[in-house]
Write a new protein. Structure first.
Length: 258
């Protein structure tokens, strides 16, 4: 189950239709002060909790203001004995373009430790990380900034089975995530029942996922565009990501009334 929380957070992203590079809407749908909490469940057990906060940063990049997004992911209960995780991630983004300036992570996963610092130089189109330097073109994100940029993508023209692409840097290179739009559904989470957009992100089979494993992701069909639930099949069992808390939102959540 190593890195399962990071995988789900990373997959909680959208992009533009027809596999074109994503472009954002004019209005940013989130604001400083927002806090979102997810619980990850393995069967009936709570395996982990992830908290994501957005705040204005006093730190500037090239003299420009920045928003700081900070995420903490920790295992819970018995899972601390099976595979203890204590991870922190942060990204500093341009509040207008939502592109990242700087990203860092501190991961402690069982006996494994990994730290990384990533600088996005958009004048030279170079990413500098602990593992080296990497050229890039167009919009490339870390997984946290991707999550927030994706909430601002215009998806009004999506049709069922349209495929979306999002490029992100992780550890040692730039990768592409492909997501298929599957339509609309009502989905229940810890904060109620919501009208949602349903997506199917691609999965790479391996030690965690079976060859035919599926991952489904539900995003609120409103101005917030918050992922409220994800379900992924594992080699043994499945994991569910569930939205349990949301505060400081720019727009009020709009659960379906019974």
């Amino acid at each position: 189950m190593k890195k399962y929380y990071l995988v789900l957070l990373l997959l909680a992203c959208l992009a533009n239709a027809y596999s074109q590079e994503a472009t954002k809407t004019d209005e940013v749908v989130f604001q400083a002060g927002e806090q979102i909490t997810y619980k990850l469940k393995y069967g009936i057990f709570t395996a982990a909790e992830a908290i994501i906060k957005t705040e204005n940063s006093t730190q500037k990049f090239d003299g420009k203001p920045a928003l700081r997004i900070h995420a903490v992911a920790n295992t819970a209960g018995t899972f601390n004995l099976l595979f203890k995780v204590r991870n922190q991630y942060q990204t500093f983004i341009n509040p207008n373009t939502l592109l990242p300036y700087y990203y860092s992570e501190e991961r402690k996963e069982g006996g494994y430790k990994h730290n990384d610092k990533v600088i996005f130089d958009r004048d030279k189109n170079i990413i500098t990380a602990n593992s080296g330097t990497y050229p890039f073109t167009g919009n490339v994100f870390d997984f946290l900034s991707a999550y927030y940029f994706a909430r601002n993508v215009d998806i009004s023209g999506l049709k069922i089975n349209d495929k979306l692409d999002l490029r992100y840097f992780l550890e040692d290179g730039v990768h592409t995530l492909t997501i298929t739009y599957l339509g609309k559904e009502k989905v229940k989470c810890g904060l109620g029942t919501f009208n949602c957009l349903k997506f199917n992100p691609t999965i790479i089979p391996g030690r965690i996922f079976r060859k035919n494993s599926k991952l489904y992701l539900w995003i609120t069909d409103d101005k917030n565009r918050i992922p409220v639930k994800a379900h992924v099949e594992l080699v043994v069992g499945s994991l569910v990501m569930d939205l349990t808390q949301a505060s400081g939102l720019k727009y009020a959540l709009n659960p379906v009334k019974k």
